[in-house]
Write a protein that binds this ligand. Sequence first.
Ligand SMILES: Nc1ncnc2c1ncn2[C@@H]1O[C@H](COP(=O)(O)OP(=O)(O)OP(=O)(O)O)[C@@H](O)[C@H]1O
Ligand SMILES: [Mg+2]
Length: 252
Amino acid sequence: MTEGADQFGIVTHGLTKIFGAITAVADLDLEIRRGEVFGLLGPNGSGKTTTIRMLTGLLQPTSGRATVAGIDVVKTPERVRQRIGYMSQRFGFYEDLTIEENIRFYGGVYGLIGRERTERIAEQFARYRLGDRAKQLAGTLSGGWKQRLALACATVHRPDLVFLDEPTAGVDPASRRMFWEMIREHADQGMTIIVTTHYMDEAERCGRLAFLSRGHLIGVGTPKEITTRFGLPTIEDVFIELQRRDEADANA
Ligand SMILES: Nc1ncnc2c1ncn2[C@@H]1O[C@H](COP(=O)(O)OP(=O)(O)OP(=O)(O)O)[C@@H](O)[C@H]1O
Ligand SMILES: [Mg+2]
C-alpha cells in the first residue's frame, strides 16, 4: 500500500454494488493518495455516482471493503462523513437560503461551532470571492456562481477529501477554468479530490484517471499513461473507443 493512502486517501478491495439485475459497480480495487486530483470517467450508467455514494457512506455496498481517510466506510460510515465533503450531481445547497446562510448552515452540518465556524465562513467568503453576494438567494445565482457556492459549502470544514460528481455540468468555460483553479489550490494544500466529469479537457487536468465501463474498472493511470496504453492521441479518443466497445458489448 502506498504511504499515506490508508490514512488520508482511499483504498477499496472488491467493492461491489448490485441493484437487482444490474451490477452497478463490480469488484472495484482502487487506491487514491492524499492530495491527488483523481478523475472517475465513464459513459452514462458506468457506475461513477454509485462508487461515490458508497465511498461517502451514503450507500451500503453489496460486498467488498473500503477505507476513506483510514476509516472503514462500510462499518462506520458516520465517522467518514466528518472527514469528507460531497458535491452531488445536483448542486448541494438550498435555493431559498442566501449564500451566507448556506455556508453557515453547512458549517453547522459539518460540526463547526463558535469561533472556528465564524473563521471558516469568513475564509470561504474570501477564497471564493462571494462577499458581494452574501445576501443573494442561492436560487437566483447563475450556473457558475452556483457551482462556486456548492464547492464553498462542501469544503467549509476543511475536509481531508472532497467528492465532486459532475461539478461543472452546464457551466461556461471561464467559470469551469476558475473552478479548476480552486480545485488545484485545495489539492496543493493536501486535500484529496475525487471528481467525475464528461468534459475531456477536465479529464486531462486530473493527476490520475480511472475509466469505468458498465461497473468495471478498465484502466487507471495518468492521462499520458492511458493514452499511451491505448495507442490513441487524446483522452477523448480513449473515451470514445471505450464507449464504442461498450455499445458493441451491449448489442452482442
Ligand atoms: N438506486 C438504484 N436502483 C437501481 N439501479 C440503480 C440505482 N442507482 C444506480 N442504478 C443503476 O446503476 C448503474 C450505474 O449508475 P450510476 O448512476 O452509478 O452511473 P454514472 O456513471 O454516475 O452515470 P451518469 O454519467 O449518467 O451520471 C446504472 O445502470 C443505473 O441505472
Ligand atoms: Mg452519475
